[in-house]
Design a protein around this ligand. Structure first.
Ligand SMILES: Cc1cc2nc3c(=O)[nH]c(=O)nc-3n(C[C@H](O)[C@H](O)[C@H](O)COP(=O)(O)OP(=O)(O)OC[C@H]3O[C@@H](n4cnc5c(N)ncnc54)[C@H](O)[C@@H]3O)c2cc1C
Length: 466
C-alpha cells in the first residue's frame, strides 16, 4: 500500500482528473478487488489490497489515470469481468485497478465491412445482443460469455468452442486502441483484417494479461448470423472410443463449427443407454441446406464409429446449456481447478495416464466425477480435466508441485502448459519448462519497451529475471 501522504495526494489527483464518483479507496469497496477466481494461498487471502479502484468511462479518463500512475510509478491493473482463473488480477504490489465495467459502449457497427468497434469493458454477451440487432455475431462462444469482457477475452486469448469454423477472439481482432504505460495512445493499425504493412502490433496484446497497456477500444471482425444451427449429440462406451471418433471426425473433411468429446457424469439425464460413459457433440451452422447435409454426414459418421445418436431436443438444449449457465459461483468456491493443456494427439493417452494414475495419486488430487477427460475436437485440440484441489496443511506446496509436474508432463510431450486460461501468477514460474531463456528474455524485452517502469500488472505473466 502507498504511504498515507502519497495515498492522499494521489486520491486528490484521481478525483480531480475523473471525478469522485469514479474513484474507490475505502477498504470495504476494495475488498472484491483482492482476488479473482484463482484460489490464492489461504494465508494470503485478503492480504493484497489495491490502493484505489477507478471506474473510467472514456479513453481520455483512462489516459489521465495512467499519467498519474506513471508519474509516481504506481502499478496499474486493468480489469474486465474478473473471471480469469489464474490470478491475473491479484494486486500483489497494490496500485490502481482500472475497472472497465463502465466502458461498455458499442462505438460503430460497420455492416458493409463486417466489423464492430467497441469499448472493451462490454461483456461478450452484451455485444452479441447488440450485434444481433444487425443480424451479425462475434462467434466468441466462451463458457464465461455472460461475464467476460471483450478486453478480458483479448487479454487472455480466450477460447471459443466454435473455433473449428471461426477461430477464437485472436482471429477476430483487426485493430486496437491502447493507452500505453506512459499515457500515450496507440492505435495498432487500420481497421482491416488483412494487411502486409507494419508489424502486427495488435497481436502483441492478445494474451498480454494487462502487462503491456490498457486496451480501451477494439475493432473486431464479425459474421452474419447463420440461417440454421444444429447439434449432433452422440454417446460412446468410454472416452477413448469417443476420442478416436473425434480424431476421425477432425480428419474427415466434414465442415463443422465446433466439437468436443468428454467423459460425462450426466449420461442418464442426456438419455444415453446404460453403461455408456462418454459423449461427442458436433455443432453445425450455415444455410439450412448446408446444415442438413452436414448433419447427415455427421450422423453417418457416428454410426460408422460405434456411436449412438442422442435425441434432437436434448442435443439442442445442450447447445444453450453451456453458455446460458454461468458457473462463476462454482469457480469462486476455490475447491477445484481445471487443466487446459495442449497435448499432441498421439500423446493424449500417455498424458492422461500419467496425470490420473501417477501425478494425481502421488499428490492426493482427484478428478471431479465426469470431468476427468476432455478433448476439444476443433482446430486447437485442447485437452482438459477438472480436479479437486489438495487439502490439508501442506496444500499450497502440494498444489505448486502438482502444477509444475503437469506443466512438465505437457511440455515434455510436446505440448503447452495452458491452452486458454493464461498464466497470471498460477503458471508464471513454470514457463521455463515451455520456453528457452532466450525466448523468455525476448518477451521481457518487449515488456520493457512498452512498460519501462514495470507498472502494468507487475508480477504476472512472465517469470522474473534470474
Ligand atoms: C466458469 C468459467 C468458465 C470459463 N469458460 C471459459 C471459456 O470457455 N473460454 C475461455 O477462454 N475462458 C474461460 N474462462 C476463463 C475466463 O472467463 C476468461 O479468461 C476470460 O476471457 C476473462 O475475461 P474477463 O473479462 O473476466 O477478464 P478479467 O478476469 O477481468 O482479466 C483477465 C486479464 O485481462 C486483463 N484485462 C482485462 N481487461 C483488459 C483491458 N481492457 N486492457 C488490458 N488488459 C485487460 C487483466 O489485467 C487480466 O490480466 C472461464 C472461467 C470461468 C470461471
Amino acid at each position: 500500500m502507498l504511504e498515507p501522504a502519497i495515498h492522499e495526494a494521489v486520491r486528490k489527483e484521481l478525483v480531480a482528473a475523473i471525478g469522485g464518483s469514479k474513484v474507490l479507496w475505502m477498504k470495504s469497496d476494495l475488498l472484491p478487488y483482492t482476488k479473482d477466481t484463482y484460489r490464492i494461498r489461504f494465508e494470503d487471502e485478503y492480504k493484497y489490497f489495491p490502493d484505489f479502484v477507478v471506474l473510467p468511462e472514456s479513453t481520455s479518463e483512462v489516459q489521465s489515470v495512467v499519467k498519474i500512475a506513471s508519474s509516481k510509478k504506481i502499478p496499474l491493473i486493468p480489469k474486465g469481468g474478473g473471471s480469469n482463473r489464474t490470478g491475473m488480477l491479484v494486486p500483489v504490489y497494490g496500485g490502481i485497478v482500472v475497472d472497465t465495467i463502465r466502458m461498455n459502449r458499442v462505438i460503430e457497427v460497420d455492416v458493409a465491412n463486417l466489423h464492430v468497434t467497441v469499448q472493451t469493458g462490454i461483456t461478450l454477451k452484451e455485444l452479441e445482443d447488440r450485434l444481433a440487432e444487425h443480424r451479425l455475431w462475434l462467434t466468441q462462444e466462451q463458457g464465461s460469455l455472460r461475464v467476460a469482457t471483450v478486453g478480458g477475452s483479448i487479454s487472455t486469448s480466450g477460447f471459443s468452442r466454435r473455433n473449428n469454423k471461426y477461430g477464437t477472439i485472436a482471429d477476430r481482432v483487426m485493430s486496437l486502441e491502447v493507452v500505453l504505460a506512459d499515457g500515450s495512445i496507440l492505435r495498432t493499425g487500420p481497421k482491416v483484417l488483412y494487411t502486409s504493412t507494419g508489424y502486427r502490433l495488435h497481436q502483441l496484446f492478445i494474451g498480454s494479461e494487462g502487462t503491456l497497456g490498457v486496451i480501451t477500444e477494439a475493432t473486431l471482425r464479425v459474421e452474419p448470423i447463420p440461417e440454421a444451427r444444429e447439434v449432433v449429440l452422440s454417446f460412446y462406451s468410454d472416452f477413448w472410443t469417443a476420442m478416436a471418433a473425434a480424431q476421425r471426425l477432425m480428419a474427415s473433411g466434414i465442415g463443422y463449427s465446433g466439437a468436443e468429446a468428454y467423459e460425462a457424469s450426466d449420461m442418464d439425464e442426456l438419455g444415453a443407454p446404460k453403461g455408456l460413459k462418454a459423449l461427442l457433440y458436433v455443432i453445425l451452422d450455415g444455410t439450412k441446406g448446408e446444415v442438413e447435409a452436414q448433419a447427415d454426414s455427421v450422423k453417418k459418421f457416428v454410426a460408422g464409429t460405434g456411436g449412438i445418436l442422442g435425441a434432437h431436443d436434448v442435443a439442442m438444449s445442450f447447445l444453450t446449456r453451456y453458455v446460458e449457465q454461468w458457473c462463476g459461483a462454482r469457480a469462486l468456491t476455490g475447491f477445484e481447478d481445471v487443466i487446459t493443456c495442449y497435448v499432441p494427439m498421439e500423446h493424449m493417452r500417455e498424458f492422461y495416464d500419467k496425470l490420473w494414475n501417477d501425478i494425481g495419486p502421488r499428490h492426493g488430487i482427484e478428478p471431479l466425477s465426469g470431468e476427468k477427460f476432455s478433448l476439444d475436437a476443433g482446430r486447437y485440440k485442447m485437452a482438459g480435466g477438472r480436479y479437486w484441489l489438495p487439502k490439508g496443511e501442506q496444500a499450497w506446496e502440494k498444489y505448486q508441485k502438482v502444477l509444475r509436474e503437469i506443466a512438465g508432463l505437457a511440455t515434455r510431450l510436446g505440448g503447452s502448459v495452458q491452452s486458454c486460461h493464461g498464466i497470471g501468477i498460477q503458471h508464471r514460474d513454470n514457463l521455463d519448462l515451455e520456453y528457452s531463456e532466450v525466448a523468455l528474455e525476448t518477451m521481457r524485452r518487449i515488456k520493457d519497451t512498452f512498460d519501462p517502469q514495470n507498472i502494468m500488472n507487475p508480477g504476472k505473466k512472465l517469470p522474473a529475471r534470474k
